[in-house]
Design a protein around this ligand. Sequence first.
Ligand code: GTP
Length: 409
Amino acid sequence: MSSKTVILVGGPSKGTRFRPLSLDIPKLLFPIAGKPMIYHHIEAAAKVPEMKEIILIGFFKETVLRKFIEETSKQLNISIRYINEDKVLGTAGGLFSFREQILEGSPKNIFVLHSDICCAFPLKDLLDFHNQHGRICTIMGTEIESKYANQYGCLVRDEKTAELLHYAEKPETFVSNLINCGVYVFSPQFFDVMGKTMVDLRTSGQNINTDYPEITRKGFDSERLRLEQDIFVPLAGTGTISVFPYIGFWRQIKNAGASVYCQELYLNHYAKTKPEVLKKADNIIGNVIIDPTASVDPTALIGPDVYIGPNVKIGKGVRIIHSIVLDQTEIKDHACVIYSIIGWQSLVGVWARIEGIPNYTPFLYSQDKRKGVTIFGSGAQANGEIIVSNCIVMPHKQLDRNYNNEIIL
Ligand code: GTP
């Protein structure tokens, strides 16, 4: 039973919440637990037996993804291909427009994954469930605290049959605390259903993608199609869709700060599934990944939940907790980095303290401006002995005094 996977990667216009890090790298390639965001998806997909191909659909320039695709394809020994949408087609428009390429070779199952999520990707379990229930689409759902549910696609399912009875995208009133994870499996027939839905929409003329108003053509766009509102909503309750209940970690990665929390989830997962990638040493606490090319002074104390990238230099007596330190950065002696992302080629001076204020509100649109991960854009520099707390620092800024709760432009 061969399969393919499609990952919806969107495009650059969606990267604004990821600034300043998306100024250097597209959001989907930002390292989380030491691997580009969508590497986790691809790694899971590549493990599914008879996975024939992984297709990324988006509206990035092909050159932006080429190196990542070549390297990952080689590393995981799986065919990966990028298909560029010339214009924004929505979460189902690309799937439908490129259906011939997706269905080439007659795969029996097509996994579809959102790129901006982190979870354990239990794709084999999802597929077994899909086959067991015999419908042409299965959505992975997870339960969250009711008060956050209205930020997501909410699912009502028949407890006995697992059928999706009702779908509401970001509803104004409470519908269900079972939400859409952005992980699906389709049977090929689902593409016919999409086609029919498109015809229906063409008749009613309603599918304008409000996520990209700046690029949306005025009025009806005949190719744009949203999987959630245009397909799942009308198909709920028609016997077409099942809901697979996933119990495990899941989170959206909508902004840069979320990477720190998602990294923690992936590192916990690694501790159970591939502990060999975690560094063990006397000066390491909890789950930590250190690139082999990084140099870390033995008197520095690192962890828990830290990633240290290639060619990073960590001085004497440094303390790093819950943070991501990217390539070629130097953290000088006795500096302290907590709940922070230190961008590429940055510098943190001696005895400096760079800290974020953790905010474990799970869904990251917290209005509390006093809390957040501190982020240094690439090449930012903090002088010695200063405190930078809950700040976003634009690339190449030189900080020479204390800062608190600021965006430093
Ligand atoms: P927001 O909360 O508004 O961000 O919405 P959401 O969480 O429902 O996510 P959204 O529907 O915007 O995107 C879900 C996934 O599909 C993400 O991985 C996006 O990158 C991707 N995506 C969204 N729109 C498009 C599109 O037009 N084309 C492609 N190829 N991918 C898309």
